[in-house]
Design a protein around this ligand. Structure first.
Ligand code: ATP
Ligand code: MG
Ligand code: FE
Length: 385
């Protein structure tokens, strides 16, 4: 089926088009530049940017894919989780398109779509999308190459026991995908800040600007990760328990204590009148985040018989996370799949990819009466009519 996917849950306006598991185009317009001076995504600005960007992004995507709205078999849209006002723009646009064209509409879970994108096969997008609508909107165009970056394997073909490790600005979760279309299990998640959020907050403490992830990643390479030992949240026996008797947070994470520990550490250096070793702190912070994410994720996979893991979300760009996840998965006999970065961060192709899976599985569309749900649970893959 030819499926058009629409994404607007945060600061990216994305329209992607797939035919089955073949990616035709992935057109993304981001309002990130407009949020930088505020040090974080401002929901109202994001919503307005989606309004400006949607039609040009849609036109560009259709042109790149060489198809018309008439050719499309189904429309898929992110209905949650995400920023309520931002979701509303994509959902209203999708409903309008569905009404005008008579095409079936699927309301899709953003987090499951991050996994669904890994099921796209080795198609390469055509053309270099460039939108002239708004001067400060960066447009990227991506496709899945035959094999992923950093020597990782290419997109998985829906193996029997698939796990997904999603690490982004809004989420940190380990999922078990029993069926991508209707059976997703949440094994563990953060109980407070998401990992990307922790990067952004710590970068602010260290005076590194926003978004903080890339800045810390870069600076950490010049620092000594062993200079300081920061806490690994929820790793004590009372939270972990044992495989037979799991504790209350065996596969969960907590990053807010880590952020506080970094702030204390900086204060102590300042109180002593010493220069703050910013690179060492960045490296030690990053090591704490990546260590606890990968150790708990691999533990959850081992204890649930998961043999293939997909890494997704914006923090999948992190060089140390890729490295350590790769090493620990290899030691545990788990295959790691890392889609190209453009497909790891928020985009419309992932929504289209999951929509196509739903169509192919014979699952019915959602109608046009649903509302966006900013806290849509990951166990709801799509909304029933
Ligand atoms: P969500 O997808 O959960 O709704 P989001 O849109 O904020 O949230 P993404 O766009 O997927 O998430 O990712 C953005 C986050 O990724 C930011 O917090 C950013 O700091 C982080 N990030 C980006 N690159 C890196 C990197 N190299 N190392 C660490 N973090 C990074
Ligand atoms: Mg984003
Ligand atoms: Fe996302």
């Amino acid at each position: 089926p030819l499926v058009l996917g629409i994404e607007s849950s945060c600061d990216e306006t994305g329209v992607g088009i797939v035919r089955g598991t073949t990616l035709l185009t992935n057109t993304v317009s981001s309002s990130m530049d407009e949020h930088v001076r505020f040090g974080g995504v401002i929901p109202e600005i994001a919503s307005r940017a989606h309004l400006d960007a949607f039609v040009p992004t849609l036109r560009q995507a259709l042109a790149d894919a060489g198809v018309t709205l008439e050719d499309v078999d189904a429309i898929a849209v992110t209905s949650g989780p995400g920023l309520a006002g931002a979701l509303m723009v994509g959902v209203c646009a999708a409903k309008a398109l569905a009404l005008a064209t008579g095409k079936p509409l699927y309301a899709i879970n953003h987090l499951v779509a991050h996994v669904g994108v890994g099921l796209l096969d080795g198609a390469k997008t055509t053309g270099n999308a460039k939108i002239t609508g708004s001067a400060n909107q960066a447009v990227r165009d991506g496709g899945i190459p035959a094999s992923g970056p950093d020597g990782a394997a290419g997109a998985p073909r829906l193996p029997g026991n698939l796990g997904a490790l999603l690490v982004s600005g809004g989420h940190t979760e380990i999922l078990k995908i029993n069926s991508i279309t209707d059976d997703v299990q949440l094994l563990g998640s953060t109980i407070d800040d998401a990992a990307g959020e922790a990067y952004d907050k710590v970068a602010r403490i260290l005076g590194l600007g926003y978004p903080g992830g890339p800045a810390i990643d870069k600076l950490a390479r010049t620092g000594n990760a062993k200079a300081i030992r920061f806490p690994r949240g929820l790793s004590q026996p009372k939270y972990m328990g044992t495989a037979e008797e799991p504790g209350p947070h065996r596969y969960d994470w907590s990053f807010s204590g880590l952020k506080t520990a970094v702030a204390r550490c900086v204060e102590q250096f300042e109180a002593r009148g010493e220069e703050v070793p910013v690179a060492d702190i960045a490296a030690a912070f990053q090591e704490a985040v990546v260590d606890v994410i990968t150790s708990k994720a691999v533990l959850a996979c081992r204890e649930h018989g998961i043999k293939d893991v997909l890494l997704g979300g914006g923090v999948a760009a992190n060089s140390r996370l890729r490295e350590l996840t790769g090493q620990r998965c290899a030691s545990a006999g788990i295959r790691l799949h890392v889609p190209p970065l453009d497909l790891c961060t928020d985009n419309g192709a992932m929504v289209a990819a999951l929509g196509a899976q739903l169509v192919m599985a014979g699952i019915g569309p959602s109608g046009i009466r649903f509302a966006p749900d900013s806290s849509m649970p990951v166990t709801a893959v799509s909304l029933p009519a």
